[in-house]
Design a protein around this ligand. Structure first.
Ligand SMILES: O=C(O)C(=O)C[C@]1(C(=O)O)C=C[C@@H](O)C=C1
Length: 393
């Protein structure tokens, strides 16, 4: 097909209409399809930049608004709006007609928004490191790849970095479907004023990783975090029963070690494979494929309702029999459904406990705020840790 006739075919979505002439060769048809792809790409390209320009205008409005209300209110405009991002991603999934799957389409938009937010104001995000851990994967899943994600050594460091304002937001693991809660994270909220501003759910898929130089036929060690080794125990027993398993501080560290070792493999997730340029010899080797970890995003701001939200509170109860039942009654009275409850010791008091309670709804919902108000007189203290959009992806 000539250049001219391909330009005349303005229907990019139905190139076959002009391509099935009896004389057209496969190569000509391929060329025509690629012309059509180029035309669509040009449109997408323009539209993405149009979207980015709109985001820049949003940023200007946010800056002007802060300037108008003066320094008595927020000092800096808040560019990241998790409730709006959740709404955008939900709308993408709802209007999607395929052939691209809803979640994959939402991931594309996730990255476009990430770049738009970066254009408004680059975001520094602290996460529990090192690089290549599942928390790193959760940070990238939630904020997109344009965010500047910075590894921290401990969960306490993540809280500190955000409290100090050195990072705008932090990402910490809170719960794994087979291992239970991460106590360090819950305890972090007892000594911090940070809020929960979002959540991420990440299916935990493990890979058997090797480097280019690895002698696969003579492996002597398999590195991974102790939890990941446990999650792949059966698979390892069947496939590598005689190779030593060495527990290290994180999956990222396991992957990093392969750089200097010829007879070692590592078990870690996709982000570690990409970060350390490793080859996935086997994928999804976990014994339980539905294993999922939930992560929290911490920050300073209260988040507006998205339409599908959760609220987390921490309650310091009186040390008496039946205290928990009393606390739960207002939730049921106001029709608020609790999604989880965890108990932690209230240090330094011996035998005193705090309850971390998650519920459906936003603190601005009448039933949620009424339930929390009714809990207040029954306990020593209630703190709302945050209302935030439910994980979309
Ligand atoms: O709507 C906004 O407030 C924006 O800043 C725009 C936008 C987007 O790209 O859609 C970008 C960043 C925010 O986190 C939310 C949404």
């Amino acid at each position: 097909m000539s250049e001219q006739s391909s330009k005349q075919n303005t229907n990019h979505l139905n190139p076959t209409a002009a391509s099935t002439s009896d004389t057209a060769t496969d190569q000509e048809f391929l060329n025509q399809l690629r012309h059509s792809i180029d035309a669509v790409d040009t449109e997408i390209h323009t539209l993405i930049n149009d979207r980015a320009k709109l985001a820049q205008q949003v940023a200007t409005v946010k800056k002007e608004h802060v300037a108008k209300i003066g320094v008595a209110a927020e000092q800096n405009p808040i560019f990241y709006r998790p409730e709006r991002e959740a709404q955008v991603l939900k709308a993408v999934m709802e209007r999607n007609t395929g052939p691209i799957a809803d979640e994959k389409m939402a991931r594309l938009f996730r990255e476009i928004m990430s770049v738009c937010l970066d254009l408004e104001a680059p975001q520094r995000i602290a996460f529990l490191g090192p690089v290549g851990t599942f928390t790193h994967a959760a940070a990238l899943k939630h904020f997109g790849k344009a965010a500047n994600t910075v590894p921290m050594t401990t969960i306490t460091d993540v809280f500190r970095e955000v409290e100090a304002g050195t990072a705008m937001y932090g990402v910490v693991p809170v719960e794994n479907s087979s291992e239970g809660v991460v106590n360090h994270t819950l305890d972090g909220f007892l000594s911090s004023t940070l809020k929960i501003i979002g959540e991420v759910e990440l299916p935990i898929h493990q890979n058997f990783l090797v480097a280019e130089h690895t002698k696969v036929d003579s492996l002597s060690r398999i590195y991974s975090h102790q939890q990941s080794l446990a999650q792949c125990r059966h698979w390892l027993d069947v496939n590598f029963p005689n190779v030593e398993r060495v527990a290290v501080s994180s999956n990222g560290e396991a992957a990093r070690r392969l750089k200097n070792e010829w007879h070692s493999a590592a078990i870690a997730g996709d982000v570690a494979a990409a970060e350390y340029d490793l080859h996935k010899l086997y994928s999804n080797i976990e014994d339980n494929p539905s294993n999922t970890t939930r992560f929290l995003i911490v920050g300073h701001e209260a988040i507006a309702p998205s339409g599908q939200d959760k609220t987390s509170i921490v309650v310091s109860a009186h040390d008496k029999a039946g205290a928990l039942i009393e606390i739960l009654k207002p939730l049921s009275y106001h029709g608020v459904s609790m999604t989880s409850i965890e108990t932690r010791p209230e240090r330094p008091n011996k035998w005193a406990y705090v309850f971390f309670i998650d519920m459906n709804g936003h603190i601005q919902d009448v039933n949620v705020s009424a339930a929390i108000d009714d809990i207040r007189p029954l306990v020593k203290d209630v703190r709302v840790l945050g209302s935030y959009p439910k994980a979309v992806l």
